[in-house]
Design a protein around this ligand. Sequence first.
Ligand code: PFF
Length: 448
Amino acid sequence: MQRGQFTSKFGFIMAAAGAAVGLGNVWGFPTQVASNGGGAFVLIYLFLSFCLAYPALMAELIVGRYARANAVIALPMLTKKPWLKNAGKAVGIAGLLTVAVILSFYAIIAGWLFSFSLAPIVKVTGAIDTSLWLTDFSLSRNITFTVIFMLATIMIISAGVSNGIERWSKRMMPALVAILVLLICYMFTLPGAMTGLKHYLVPDFSLVFETNIIISAMGQAFFSLSLGVGCMLIYGSYLSSKENIVTVGIWVTVIDVGLAFLAGLLIIPAMYVAAHYGVEIFDAKGDLKDSDVLIFTVLPALFEQMGAMGQVVSLAFFALMSLAALTSTISLLEVPVAYVVESYQVPRKKASWIIGALITLMSLTIVFNFEWLFGLVIMITTQYSQPVLGLFFCVFAGWVWHRDQALSEIKKGDEHASSSLFWKIWPWYVRYVCPLFIIIMFVHALTN
Ligand code: PFF
């Protein structure tokens, strides 16, 4: 069977950045900034993204392109020892399961965002009841929109790598940046925005060494770059050998971090604008409100205050969130689909629909047991599975794989790779520094 491949460097960067940029950026990052001390969190996040997450991303991209296969096949290829081959397979499969669970909760949130983006349009037509249904938390609304979002994801993935993922990412990513920049410009004209900007950009240096904040920033960086679950590995496997994989990886990181930064630039000032309009933005403890409350209560209240213009802004804002989510849900679904296609020779269309249907069932199980299951699966996958698996990916790239093979893979797209700064640092970095950092994060998560 002919393996899919991205047709251009731009296409690859848009697709991989699209996989990385998602709810983690436009929702997770700003809300974490809000609850973790503003500017200090931003500073630590920037540092960790480049100094920890980027090297780990490179491990996945390089291994993926070398193996030209999904993680379950790729990791065992790095060694000749049977027990390590089995370990690699186990890590790959654990990644698949994690991805399936991430997608099942991700699709629910994405569905909310999509329903919120339709609300202003429906409101204009005068169907007030329907528009209320779209923004109220109800079983019927949650089921409907989770299923719609999963269907959209399945349709793109069943179209394949260049026709599906690449084509749609190339359209959606620039649209995302455009909407974001327009919204930021508009928000800055409103009263209160500058106070928010200050909270966002001026770090309180006394918080910079707070362990809790460092741990949260590290988890955020891993989630945001889609690490530890074989997602970037499979994208790497579709990258042409001609490309300089080191610079491509930098681009993906810069875009991912840049979009998180831009999203913060919109949302933190927006909260203070909301406060100016009389919306309550602080919780009982005096901290900024976070997560769902921020996106689904504070911001809509702000848009409501802004009259007719508020409806337009609301539409743009939630459409933006939905787009960001869609480029990530397709990357999540691609991981198990690629596995089934490659390992069992199932046609892509069939694999997409079967796996998509199974994950939709998982999503609906969460929807029906929302109270206790939703938070639990988020915690298990993002706080535990992703860091632990990320650790194993680094161990495989740094300890199990032979250095020379990694080098010759990088050299395919850059003949001077052996004398580059990247090659002077990365091999020992991914061997010692990344695993150590992740272990610290994990131990900390367990003890708290
Ligand atoms: N990076 C995505 C985000 O920031 O929303 C989430 C994600 C996508 C995590 C794909 C893991 C993954 F495999």
